[in-house]
Design a protein around this ligand. Sequence first.
Ligand SMILES: *Cc1c(COP(=O)(O)O)cnc(C)c1O
Length: 371
Amino acid sequence: MTCIASIRPEVAAFTPYVPGLGADEVRNRFGLSQVIKLASNENPLGTSPLVQQVLRSRADTAFRYPAPGNPELTRAIAGHHGLNPARIVPGNGSDEIIDLLVRMLAVPGRHEALTFSPCFGIYSTQTALCGVTLRQTPLNPDFSFPWDSLLAMVNEQTTLVFVTTPDNPSGFCPPVGDLVRLAEALPPACLLVVDEAYMDFCDDEAAHSLLPRLDEFPNIAILRTFSKSRGLAGLRLGYGILPEIVAEYMRRVRLPFSVNALAEAAGVAALRDDVFYRETLRVVREGREQLAQGLRALGCTVYPSMANFLMFGLPASCPATMANVYTDLLARGVITRPLTSYNLPHLLRVSVGLPEENTFFLQVLGEVLAA
Ligand SMILES: *Cc1c(COP(=O)(O)O)cnc(C)c1O
């Protein structure tokens, strides 16, 4: 390939994020009429009716630029959590906040980021693109967090530590006391980024989220998203709850209109739709139990999850590989998430769906395992 442009080495060596397959793609590939997608931890109830109504009513405003800084949404998020709006920065998904944190807080070659391995793909992609070293320590064999190994890697170069809780892809969720101890032990120059994308699905948020204890620590960032519990994955909306000074710089450096006007209106409406939100949590918590029981009944190893997905392994007696099981499920119209990009090819992640989707998945998996 000849090209006159000079491509930065970080770009030339870049391994892109691997997203879950889409339903249309699978319908076409296998000529299926019915496909269920349990691959990307989206909301099983779809889009909130209130959000749909707001999007329709605002469709005629699409020609206008959004208000700079998304003030209405920022206020709504701050009000929702009872926080000062100065700490809130909305982003084009929390992915954008992760990207900005790396670019704002780590000088390539001089600073490093830390996290566990495997980790959410965006921590790896955005540090790599930025030329920032991401050092990782392996999770315990049961997918719990080895805090001491993480702390042992911290040095003068560490400016960012990423912890996902509940974790993706395992669903593991440590007690908040563990995070408090980590926050206390980290040096002041280091920002602890706690990615709480799935925290709403946790049985007992107060016992697991660092959010209520934010004020005890100067150097904590918490990430939340509208993609999962609020059902807005396609509109791209997340936010950082940040130390005020970090939030202030982030508002200065982010692209001026990365959160679009319809996403902003949808976000405000989503926070108001408490009925949809509560129903989401109920359906996910019950569905998680339904799936866990069904998987165990099939002899699978199920990892405890506080999120809206479950990670599982095949029965010891099963001769098939997980790669084959994944493809067989796909050919029968069930999309799950293979974990090869997480270096866990023997495990599969399934998102919690509607009760009938969970039942269909379990039935099809049973057929695949029996074949
Ligand atoms: C889904 C997810 C997010 C949210 O991403 P968005 O960009 O807000 O859609 C963040 N962190 C983790 C670990 C996730 O799984």
